[in-house]
Design a protein around this ligand. Sequence first.
Ligand code: GLN
Length: 306
Amino acid sequence: MNIQQVIDDISADVRARLPEMAGEVASYIPALAEVEGEQFAMAVHTVDGQSYVSGDSEQNFSIQSVSKVLTLTLALQRYGDTLWQRVGKEPSGTAFNSLTQLEFEQGIPRNPFINAGAIVTCDALYSRLSAPTHHMLATVRQLSGNPRININQRVSRSEYQHRHRNAAMAYLMASFNNFENEVEEVLKVYFGFCAIEMNCAELARTFSYLANRGVDVASKRRILAAKQNSQLNSLLFTSGLYDAAGDFAYRVGMPGKSGVGGAIIGVVPGKFTVAVWSPKLNEYGNSSAGIYALEQFADRLKLQLF
Ligand code: GLN
């Protein structure tokens, strides 16, 4: 089936439904509350390097928690399996910004995709890299193919100003000795990663390695060992959409990662990475239209893994 035709059909369908679609743009980060909600883009990047895009494809957005996949990738490159001493591999069943489990589980977050898990993974990276932000930007620029990718400093600052919950998690982990660096410095790095901006086609291309056994499609550079890449996809399947991971697995049936900027990536191993973006979020902090679009896409192309 023609991928361009499928994503154009889905874009037209979503656009017609957007005014009625439930959801609100993220408002707990003031700089994100200003984003116009009724936007939609979708892109596919295949393992043989083809790129397809539809909708508001020129719009840049904040990748937010989708950055946690890159943070984990960079940490796995440096730590391998020893990273799992600091962070777990289990679905949390709680919201992305929940604090409660940390108290009962000795400051070890359930997985690297909830905020606490991503912050501790940032801390681990911080210990091994002299300039983590510089390194992350160099990686994203290479993977996306766009040397101008950058952090939106306004968004990053806005997150830092409203950091109370994330700071509480980080200090709680520090109280359990699961923190190695200055909390405030690590938080700044974490918010910078979340505030990286790109468009939908760049997002699909950035994560091409996830569908390609750990090898970046454009540069043929190995990003992760094949086994690590498959493990990362497994974790995305079980935890990439927080406490809605089960619903996403049921409706879409592929590994995925969402962010409160409204982006979601999905991985079809051996075929392609798909990215969607639409800023109105459901009660779990995942893009309502994004999930709908991925469900249509998986149905039309019969992509469910099982
Ligand atoms: N930067 C956001 C936060 O820390 C990321 C959350 C998300 O995208 N789910 O709250």
